[in-house]
Design a protein around this ligand. Structure first.
Ligand code: SAM
Length: 252
């Protein structure tokens, strides 16, 4: 089962995901690398700035709809990258990379530990012996504070070309049995007169790793912990306050 059906919302992705807090961090991490592999690149929110910064990038994502938007952006800007439509759980690439990244907490979209092990095996296989793997995750302590079974307005966004507004609502619950946050998103489109044009829903789920659990997972799959940051300014991870767990790993 997949975490979320991106084919339903790919055309809205760049309207509702505007964050850029991680871009300077990843440019800094990638700047001295020969070949960088970005897993779950999506529409290229991060890929485009990395390529514009002169980084030799390979992008992988399993959503053709998200990758179609990435291809459009690359063509519009006259940029190039290797782009593969692949599942990160079953990658068999010939190339080796000195940096592999999974931005935006997307490793959590692999919903079981067995499948995560399989993905880590593939990642290890295409990492050079001295390469690094950066895996970004939610800090469960903080993320769970907004998982409360209540319907929450996540955001209101203006659609491009003055085409009205998009409202995103969601309700989420945590299931400790399988460590999954399970939720439903409600997408509402309004015209310029604020009359609703359509409403749709989408089921979503993602895995919430505890710090110790992730350490055991990666160590048993042949990785060492190099660093753990709590945000994209390289702050030390604090369990009670850090928004993220940004893991820098190497092969053991
Ligand atoms: C939240 S989006 C992040 C996109 C982009 N990295 C960003 O930061 O904006 C998650 C992306 O992961 C992709 N994805 C989810 N599971 C995947 C898998 N098993 N293999 C490859 N891509 C996957 C989705 O198609 C989607 O494009």
């Amino acid at each position: 089962m997949s975490a979320m059906d991106y084919s339903q919302i790919a055309h809205w992705y760049d309207t509702y995901v505007k964050t850029d807090i991680d871009i300077p961090f990843f440019i800094n991490e990638a700047k001295d690398c020969d070949h960088v592999l970005e897993l779950t690149s999506g529409t290229g929110r991060l890929s485009i700035p990395l390529i514009e910064a002169g980084i030799s990038l390979t992008c992988i994502d399993n959503s053709p709809e998200m990758l179609a938007i990435l291809h459009q952006k690359l063509a519009a800007k006259g940029l190039s990258a290797n782009v593969y439509e692949l599942d990160m759980q079953n990658m068999a690439l010939k190339e080796k990379f000195d940096l592999i990244i999974i931005p935006f907490n997307s490793f959590s979209e692999i919903l079981s530990i067995d499948e995560q092990r399989q993905a880590l095996k593939g990642i290890g296989n295409c990492l050079t012996e001295t390469g690094r793997f950066i895996c970004t995750l939610h800090n469960p302590e903080i993320r769970l504070k907004s998982v409360n079974g209540q319907l929450i307005l996540r955001g209101k966004y203006f659609l491009p070309d003055d085409n009205g507004s998009l409202l995103l609502w969601s309700v989420e619950q945590y299931d400790p049995q399988d460590s999954l946050v399970k939720g439903t998103q409600f997408w509402e489109v309004y015209d310029q007169n604020r009359i609703m044009q359509r409403k749709s829903f989408l089921d979503v789920q993602f895995y919430l790793h505890q710090q110790e659990e992730f350490i055991e997972l990666v160590q048993t799959q042949g990785f060492n912990i190099v660093s753990l940051y709590g945000d994209y300014s390289y702050a030390e991870f604090q369990r009670e306050t850090s928004p993220f767990m940004i893991w820098v790993l190497s092969k053991s």
